[in-house]
Structures are given as structure tokens and as C-alpha cells.
Design a protein. Structure first.
Length: 136
């Protein structure tokens, strides 16, 4: 799987397309994201609000709609992950694109361990509070 691949769908399918690939003792699942929210999620909130907060070299440019799309994609991903939920499942979340995913999984009743890795230094509390202002 070389590099990042972006896959979106138009939303007409009831279930997202999922491609599953064996990965050691586990599996890697890839699914298409909803096209209607991809721009606000990825270029909007994740890359224009969260990324600059983690690496404060750029201006924050995000709207309330971007934040809504960001949360919608995190909720979408949580619902899609439920199909992999088993007693021994450990959910691993990678990076700022999915900061809200753990909370979304818990809201759906997931009790298995949820890990999170942020590849950047964790920003100061004041920086994260500024993102909350955008979200509200």
C-alpha cells in the first residue's frame, strides 16, 4: 500500500465500500469516505484548524461547516468500524484527522481498548481551546 490514497463516494450506497487486507495477525480495512463531507473534514477542519495548531506555522482557516464535516466523518468512521468489533478487538487511531473518533466509538458503546497516536507534539492547552472556539 504505497502512500496515502483518498477514496470518496457519492453517498448513494447504503453501506460504504470496504476493502480488507490481511496485516500480520490482524487486518487493514480501507473504506470510501462520504464525498459530501470530505472537503470540510480533510482540507477544512483537519488541515486548516487542527494541523496548524499542532505545528503553529500557518493561519487557522476553518468554518463551522468544516467542523461539522470533521465530526461527521469521525462519526461515519466509528459506525463503519463497528463491523470489526469483537471481544479481543483493539481500535488504534492514527493522528489528528480522527481526534474525535475515540469519543464517537464510546458513544456507540465500544468498550474495547482504544489507542491513539499523534505524530506531532501535543499542542498547548490554549491552542486546543482556540479550536473549540471554532467548533462552537
Amino acid at each position: 500500500m504505497g502512500g496515502f490514497q483518498r477514496r470518496v463516494r457519492d453517498g448513494s450506497q447504503k453501506e460504504p465500500f470496504v476493502e480488507i487486507e490481511a496485516l500480520g495477525a490482524g487486518a487493514l480495512a480501507m473504506l470510501d469516505l462520504p464525498a459530501a463531507h470530505y472537503g470540510g473534514y480533510y482540507e477544512g477542519f483537519a488541515n486548516s484548524a487542527l494541523w496548524p495548531r499542532c505545528i503553529p506555522l500557518r493561519l487557522i482557516l476553518a468554518s463551522q461547516d468544516d467542523y461539522g464535516s470533521y465530526r461527521e466523518v469521525n462519526a461515519f468512521m466509528a459506525r463503519a468500524l463497528l463491523r470489526f468489533q469483537k471481544p479481543e478487538t483493539v481500535f488504534w487511531i492514527q493522528d489528528y484527522h480522527f481526534l474525535a473518533l475515540g469519543a464517537e466509538l464510546r458513544e456507540l458503546g465500544v468498550t474495547q481498548p482504544v489507542g491513539f497516536f499523534l505524530h506531532t507534539p501535543w499542542p498547548a492547552r490554549s491552542v486546543i481551546v482556540a479550536c473549540r472556539i471554532i467548533a462552537n
